[in-house]
Write a protein that binds this ligand. Structure first.
Ligand SMILES: Cc1cc2nc3c(=O)[nH]c(=O)nc-3n(C[C@H](O)[C@H](O)[C@H](O)COP(=O)(O)O)c2cc1C
Length: 348
């Protein structure tokens, strides 16, 4: 039997795993019984990478490089267009190595010609590769993913991780589009966030633990049978968000909440903490492949509708007001914040 392409295998395994949502249960928004706002006034407008967006949601990097991924990218682009959201593509490395599969990425421009499309490469990328990835799809921004845990579990994965920060800084200086650095499920801590911001990145997507678990996916692919405690490695999304918000305090850089965020309440909490935008990946993929594009569009619209209700119930007509609404951080997350002396200005 021919070996299935790794990218397709990730998709198939992700569909079999139903990871829960990120844990924001220690973050509490407070009910406002006198909101003095009309629902019609409530707007989800945000700004990210110096651009106004009608909603803080976007579809995060998923795939590319195979016939299946071409169909998925076309459908995701259709859903993103219908919802008016940015769309990030999966790693374009494969298309930089083999021009014949460029169409599996470029298809999004046929479907969503005027959309905000983000390019994607790993931290192996050089400024030249980064420029080519951006040009390939006329991207508005470039994501660079950090995925050491995944590589370590992958049988054929990288074992050398030196030089990533230097390359990221060279890319940020050389590429004319904003650079977003993202984790893919293990989160980013304050110390590394500070280094990335010093390196000139425009935004950080925390990519925390709680949603798609790439160590578990690779563990299944490689049949390594690593222990559960290793597979649960990483910073939960809510905690990673606090870490990165602390690092970004007083800077213009954007902060994105990603990792198990397919819940309107969690999205509201992340935005109230100070996130500028929220990335959704595994769940949109699951909905698309299991229930179809219409179901995906419906689910995204429902998230937005519920988000507006929650905003009204905190007395907020804008995301700026949501950041000023009172909130309480308890339990493990509160203790973590204290122990790490994390500051949370909320409005930067
Ligand atoms: C099947 C699959 C493939 C992915 N491929 C990429 C990729 O190529 N590049 C990347 O930066 N992130 C990739 N991701 C990670 C997502 O963009 C996201 O950061 C991560 O899954 C956490 O979000 P989630 O919990 O909403 O899935 C992939 C995720 C899935 C589920």
């Amino acid at each position: 039997m021919p070996r299935i392409n790794r990218k397709d295998e990730h998709i198939i395994i992700r569909l079999k795993q139903r990871p829960g949502l990120a844990d924001f249960s220690d973050i509490h928004l407070i009910h406002n019984c006198l909101p003095e706002r009309d629902l019609d006034e409530v707007t989800l407008e945000t700004s990210l990478l110096e651009q106004r967006l009608r909603s803080p949601l976007f579809i995060n990097a998923l795939t590319g490089g195979t016939p299946l991924s071409k169909r998925i990218n076309a459908a995701l682009a259709g859903a993103a267009r219908e919802c008016g959201l940015p769309l990030a593509l999966g790693s374009q490395r494969v298309a930089l190595e083999n021009r014949l599969v460029e169409d599996t990425f470029k298809v999004v421009r046929e479907v969503y010609p005027d959309g905000q499309i983000w390019a994607n490469l790993g931290s192996y990328a050089t400024p030249e590769l980064a420029r080519r990835a951006v040009e390939m799809i006329d991207a508005a921004a470039l994501q660079i993913h950090l995925n050491t845990p995944q590589e370590l579990v992958m049988a054929e994965g990288d074992r050398s991780f030196r030089g990533a920060l230097q390359r990221i800084s060279e890319i940020a200086a050389a590429v004319s589009k904003p650079v977003i650095v993202k984790e893919v499920g293990c989160g980013i801590a304050r110390e590394q966030a500070l280094l990335l911001l010093e390196a000139g990145v425009s935004a950080i997507d925390v990519g925390g633990r709680g949603g798609t678990n790439f160590m578990a996916i690779e563990n299944r692919r490689s049949r390594k049978r690593l222990s559960r405690e290793i597979l649960d490695w990483g910073l939960p999304t809510a905690i990673s968000l606090l870490e990165v918000l602390d690092a970004a305090a007083g800077r213009r850089a954007g902060v994105i909440a990603g990792g198990g965020m397919f819940s309107s309440l969690n999205i509201a909490k992340a935005l109230a903490l100070g996130a500028d935008a929220v990335g959704l990946a595994g769940e949109p993929l699951y909905l698309l492949l299991k229930r179809g594009r219409r179901a995906l569009v419906k689910a995204i619209k429902k998230l937005e509708e519920e988000l507006r209700l929650i905003m009204l119930l905190t007395g907020s007509a804008t995301l700026g007001e949501l950041r000023r609404a009172p909130l309480v951080i308890t339990g493990f997350t509160g203790a973590w914040k204290k122990e790490r002396a994390l500051h949370l200005p909320r409005h930067r």
